[in-house]
Ligand binder design. Structure first.
Ligand code: 5AD
Ligand code: SF4
Length: 469
């Protein structure tokens, strides 16, 4: 049993990370024949992409996907640790698995992902939910076949979670959710240690993938008909910093643009590492989409300092305005936390002030959730929950107002949309504009995968309706 360890997860070494290719022993390739699996994913795109890798690994072992958890032979929850409610959802699901196992004791079930990296969570599972068969972490997805093989002939929970950064594993197979757009990891982990955030502990030290491996993956996706790639990392602007190369995110973006893939996106950016060179490259290449997610977190300098964000309201606004000026028709979205420990009404008003100035295309808003082991969890927090909730509602009203305003500018305009899935709306396909606006378009299924000109005929706060122009 190898359990996660918080103190160890906090440590950073200067050693270069090893790179190895994914391999699976032949004996494991028949383990799942005749059996089905169900994977449920919580959290961010990083987790979504990890699940794409996990599904492909399971299929290499002979398992087939089953969308119905109740009849699956293997159940895996790929978990998120970012806020308490993500935790609660997973524990609720584990409760359902308990009942299922009472009816079908041969079901194999386990968890992986960010919660599996938390010492408190693993201890709680071993204590209260020992019917789970396995737990593995974010650093050893490639070892899942071995862990599963071990768990399948064992009566106790097989636990293998590393608390030091994992190697970079190349040539991981992926069963991608979409045939036209794909996630491409460019880096793992994060060294920023914002005081509220669990990610540097659950995802480890920053490790950039080799430039040539990323380009090769993008080229191969393009050859296989993919129209869009999203470059993934916790903090993509810091790409390459750990490799000590004369090569940064702007160079990577430029090289990816030169592969000729039709659309390039990237998430997530930290305002701190966002260079002028990056802004210029995004503005220069038409296949780099004019959409930037630029987390603000707070508009108060005092709170930003407590959060360890290393920028001020003024420097954030300066960056924001530079991006707006240099990149034509750029849309910018953000993340905001209300109710950080000690946030006063005045601090909150500063956040509203930034929202009023930036008029974001959209924003994800959250109430601060203390994460065990992070510095902010120990800070004095005397703001009542009702006050935090009131702030959240007020913020959401403002954010929604500007989101609708931004969308209204699209009315009767013609925009390019990659039709990438069948819409919930009858007779429609759905897709995104270059600026990341969701559009439902009346179109036949044969048009899936095409980038088409669409005239916007109706706009809402979260989506738009359009017609083929
Ligand atoms: N509490 C609330 N929100 C958080 N986020 C990260 N950690 C926390 C936390 N402890 C938010 C941040 C981040 C987004 C992914 O989640 O806004 O940008
Ligand atoms: Fe959640 Fe962060 Fe892990 Fe993504 S990296 S799953 S947001 S805790």
């Amino acid at each position: 049993m190898l359990k996660p360890h918080l103190e160890q997860a906090r440590k950073r070494t200067r050693s270069l990370v090893k790179i190895e290719d994914f391999k699976m022993r032949d004996e494991l390739k028949t383990l799942g024949i005749g059996k089905t699996y169900f994977v449920k994913t919580y959290g961010c795109q990083m987790n979504v992409h990890d699940s794409e890798n996990i599904k492909a690994i399971l299929e290499m072992m002979g398992f087939r996907e089953n969308e119905d958890m109740m009849s699956a032979d293997l159940i895996l929850l790929n978990t998120c640790a970012i806020r308490e409610n993500a935790h609660n959802k997973v524990f609720g699901m584990i409760g359902r698995i308990k009942h299922l196992k009472e009816e079908r004791p041969n079901v194999i079930a386990g968890i992986c992902g960010c919660m599996a990296q938390e010492e408190v969570v693993v201890n709680e599972i071993l204590d209260k939910f020992s019917f789970l068969n396995f737990i593995f972490g974010t650093h050893n997805i490639h070892e899942f076949p071995e862990i599963l093989a071990e768990a399948m002939h064992k009566n106790s929970t097989e636990v293998k979670v590393y608390s030091f950064e994992g190697n970079i594993i190349e040539k991981m197979p992926a069963k991608r959710d979409n045939k036209y757009k794909a996630f491409v990891n460019i880096m793992y982990g994060c060294d920023k240690f914002c005081t509220y955030c669990i990610v540097p502990y659950t995802r480890g030290k920053q490790r950039s993938r080799r430039f040539e491996d990323i380009i090769e993956e993008v080229k191969s996706l393009k050859e296989n008909g993919y129209k869009e790639v999203t470059l993934l990392g916790q903090n993509v602007n810091a790409y390459g910093k750990d490799l000590n190369l004369e090569f940064d995110m702007s160079d990577l973006l430029e090289s990816v643009a030169k592969t000729g893939i039709e659309r390039i996106r990237f998430v997530t950016s930290h305002p701190w590492d966002f260079t002028d060179k990056m802004i210029d490259v995004i503005g220069k290449y038409p296949n780099i989409m004019p959409y930037i997610h630029l987390p603000l977190q707070s508009g108060s300098d005092r709170i930003l300092k407590l959060m360890g964000r290393r920028y001020t309201k003024e420097s954030y606004l300066e960056l924001f305005n530079k991006i707006k000026k240099t990149i034509p028709n750029v849309s910018i979205t953000t993340d905001i936390i209300v109710g950080f420990p000690g946030e006063s009404e005045e601090d909150f008003l500063s956040t509203l002030d930034v929202v009023n100035k930036c008029k974001y295309d959209s924003a994800f808003t959250f109430i601060f959730s203390p994460r065990e082991g992070t510095p902010a969890a120990k800070m004095k927090d005397d703001t009542p929950l009702e006050v935090k909730e009131k702030r959240l509602y007020e913020l959401n009203d403002l954010v929604n107002k500007y989101a609708l305003e931004a969308n209204k500018k699209y009315l009767n305009k013609t925009v390019k949309v990659l039709l990438d899935e069948v819409s919930d709306k009858e007779g429609c396909l759905a897709g995104y504009t270059e600026s990341m606006k969701l559009v439902n378009v009346k179109a036949p299924k044969e048009m899936l995968g095409q980038i088409v000109d669409v005239k916007i005929v109706d706009v809402r706060t979260w989506s738009m309706n359009g017609e083929i122009a």
